[in-house]
Design a protein around this ligand. Structure first.
Ligand code: CDP
Length: 212
């Protein structure tokens, strides 16, 4: 089974993806990390984030062993990832890696922006996670502070809003729910509540299938 989880910045889709994968014994790919890794490669070289040729080269040379680097989680790299991810050829260079990950047994949970729409349009279950931007800004600020980074909540909110705007309005693979995605608003749910709601969705889809 393939489970696609999409949603805007700091919606909690990453944690949800990880927890769902654990629940079902599936592998998990946080696809945001891939775009963050490409952006970080350019930043480390001192290259322009809009340098298409270098960005594509970085995408083709990706080393999944480096996905655990904590610097990839920072706000700065996240913002840069949103610039790099708007380049069509960068996205194309990353499609196969993601589809291969999804296809390998026993099943997979992928989270990102375009999993249900572009990467895995035939995913068995699609969940689109949303939350009020102020709630997302609060969560992201607390996360950053917990890592020891300084974070100003108003600035984090501004970053989230500009990232939403960029991700939703780019011409290629914009952030939007697939027509057959289930919406999950976790503004008023804690992590456990969100995980339970997602499991309920997956189980309802499975049960519906068995009846057919
Ligand atoms: O953690 P957060 O939700 O803030 O961001 P992320 O999922 O790590 O993704 C960082 C950026 O990469 C996003 O703002 C998107 O622009 C881009 N991205 C994308 O375009 N497509 C994906 N499947 C995943 C991320």
């Amino acid at each position: 089974m393939i489970i696609a989880i999409d949603g805007p910045a700091a919606s909690g889709k990453g944690t949800l993806g990880k927890r769902l994968a654990h629940h079902y014994g599936y592998r998990h790919l946080d696809t945001g990390v891939i775009y963050r890794a490409v952006a970080y490669a350019l930043m480390s070289e001192g290259a322009d984030l809009k340098d298409e040729a270098r960005a594509v080269a970085a995408a083709l040379e990706l080393d999944p062993e480096k996905f655990g680097n904590p610097v990839l989680k920072t706000q700065k790299v996240g913002e840069a990832a949103s610039v790099v991810s708007a380049i069509a050829r960068v996205r194309e260079a990353l499609v196969n890696f993601q589809r291969q990950f999804a296809a390998d047994p026993p099943g997979a949970v992928l989270d990102g922006r375009d999993i249900g729409t572009v990467i895995c349009p035939h995913a068995d279950v699609k969940i689109f996670v949303v939350a009020d931007p102020r709630v997302r800004a609060r969560r992201r600020t607390l996360e950053a502070r917990a890592r020891g980074e300084e974070a100003d909540e108003a600035a984090v909110l501004a970053d989230i809003l500009s990232r939403d705007e960029r991700d939703q309005n780019r011409p290629i693979a914009p952030l939007k729910p697939a027509p057959d995605a289930y919406l999950l608003d976790n503004s008023n749910l804690d992590i456990e509540g969100g995980v339970r709601a997602a499991i309920d969705i997956v189980e309802a889809v499975r049960a519906g299938r068995q009846r057919v």
